[in-house]
Design a protein around this ligand. Structure first.
Ligand SMILES: [Ca+2]
Ligand SMILES: [Ca+2]
Length: 217
């Protein structure tokens, strides 16, 4: 009689414990499911072999354009965002289209950046040019970074180049790939804009308010 008394209590306790464990396990998996997509979205395209990042000061209304030529002579630029195995993410035009009205509020994205990713690489020479498409002041410091991503991240080139005004085109870097090796890194000038002008129409230059980056109609 006395020995039977504690049993129901024990059963309730173990049932509670079991249910708590199930709940904790469930929450553990749910939280993992929630963490994973966030971590994934921070990643760069895992299939990219190389990446070129061109950045100019936050909030600048200047429009810088990136042109890259591969060994086969393909040139990627804002009017040909897919060329060979190269892809340009977007034509960042300073603050133009980076200021949006949402529910009566003005939201600004101050970032000025163009990214070119490579799905594959071939041996031969690559050329990276930057162009000051629209200048609103004097010199503009532009950071150019070239990274090879596989089998490990290797910095091929990183420097800040001063663009001097509307129409200024400069060769940031030229380099030659030979298998896994990067050779002949130099910045001997090579004109890429002229190569593209039969390609497609050029974007119309908008009149921009230098203070806000918004188009003046
Ligand atoms: Ca641009
Ligand atoms: Ca921008």
């Amino acid at each position: 009689m006395f020995e039977e008394e504690p049993e129901p209590e024990f059963e309730i306790f173990s049932a509670l414990l079991f249910n708590s464990l199930k709940a904790i396990t469930f929450m553990f998996f749910v939280s993992f499911a929630m963490i994973n997509p966030v971590a994934e979205s921070g990643k760069v395209d895992p299939k990219a072999e190389m990446m070129i990042t061109v950045t100019w000061p936050d909030g600048s209304p200047d429009d810088v354009d990136t042109y890259v030529a591969d060994p086969a002579g393909n040139v990627v630029w804002y009017n040909r965002r897919e060329a060979g195995l190269m892809h340009l993410d977007r034509d960042d035009r300073g603050m133009f289209r980076d200021v949006i009205e949402l529910n009566g509020k003005t939201i600004e994205n101050p970032l000025n950046q163009e990214i070119i990713s490579f799905r594959g690489l071939s041996d031969g020479e690559y050329t990276v040019n930057i162009v000051h498409y629209i200048a609103n002041g004097g010199n503009l410091p532009v950071q150019v970074k070239v990274e090879k991503l596989n089998p490990k991240v290797t910095l091929v080139f990183y420097d800040t180049i001063a663009l001097t005004g509307t129409g200024d085109e400069q060769t940031a870097v030229r380099f030659t790939l030979d298998g896994a090796e990067v050779k002949d890194v130099n910045n001997l000038p090579r004109d890429l804009v002229a190569l593209t002008r039969n390609d497609a129409p050029v974007k119309p230059a908008p009149s921009l308010d230098a203070a806000t980056g918004e188009e003046v109609k």
